[in-house]
Ligand binder design. Structure first.
Ligand SMILES: Nc1ncnc2c1ncn2[C@@H]1O[C@H](COP(=O)(O)OP(=O)(O)OP(=O)(O)O)[C@@H](O)[C@H]1O
Length: 228
């Protein structure tokens, strides 16, 4: 598990975290909800090791991480296939073509492998980002609003693609969203964060099988009530 101990993080005068503690389980999907600006991206960035903190420690991150940022960050000069291949280039022990093909197929982009990012819709770009993050054999996957700004149909399609990938290959996922429904459909653990400084206002574990949740929407609402 990932453990945050007494984390303090200040931006100029702004104390976003003060003696913040949290334990995040392995091989589960943990979801972070909270008002805009409360500190969710900062939390992911500190866990990813791309943002320093002032005090405290973060333990239990083993192996590599993949990060799906709010903006897709695809390489504009590379095709869909090359974007995925790019993150695999240091992995000489795997059959890279097989991995690329597998993940392109899972996000249903095989026919678009030779397209450049500028030739894709927003949702297609998101799918490339998700395929790329999963293709890389990371232990921890960090996602900052990966389904943001998509129409409901596409969001459903992407969430299904994500679930399909996760069920095959269970990783520790840390997932930031504003959308409670996304959290209720995908998460094993939901943390409702509040600030400032950040604290955990509520923490709910959802033990319903993920593939049954769409059909048991009413039962899921009990969890929503526990959150607020
Ligand atoms: N690099 C930075 N420099 C100064 N202040 C920052 C920086 N990054 C974040 N902050 C501040 O820290 C607070 C938390 O920001 P953060 O981006 O973590 O929030 P968030 O919960 O992810 O917001 P959103 O849901 O809108 O993405 C905000 O008040 C923000 O202004």
């Amino acid at each position: 598990m990932i453990q945050l101990h007494d984390i303090t993080k200040t931006f100029n005068q702004l104390k976003v975290f003060e003696n913040f503690n949290m334990t995040i389980p392995d091989k589960k999907i943990s979801c972070f909800l909270g008002a805009s600006g409360c500190g969710k991206s900062t939390l992911l960035n500190m866990i990813a090791g791309i943002m320093p903190y002032d005090q405290g420690s973060i333990d239990g991150i083993e192996g590599n991480q993949s990060y799906i940022f709010q903006d897709t960050r695809l390489l504009p000069w590379a095709t869909v296939e090359e974007n995925i291949r790019f993150v695999l280039k240091s992995l000489s022990h795997i059959n890279q073509q097989e991995v690329v093909d597998k993940y392109l197929n899972l996000v249903k982009l095989t026919d678009y492998r030779n397209y450049y990012p500028k030739e894709l819709s927003g949702g297609m770009k998101q799918r490339v980002t998700i395929a790329r993050a999963f293709a890389y054999p990371s232990n921890v996957l960090l996602m900052d609003e990966p389904f943001k700004g998509l129409n409901p149909e596409l969001k459903n399609e992407l969430m299904t693609a994500f679930m399909r990938l996760w069920q095959r290959d269970r990783r520790t996922v840390l997932f930031v969203t504003h959308d409670v429904d996304e959290a209720l459909l995908l998460a094993d653990e939901i943390y409702q964060l509040k600030g400032r400084p950040v604290y955990i206002e509520s923490h709910v574990k959802i033990d319903m099988a993920k593939d049954k949740r769409n059909d048991h929407w009413e039962a899921l609402q009990d969890y929503r009530e526990q959150l607020f």
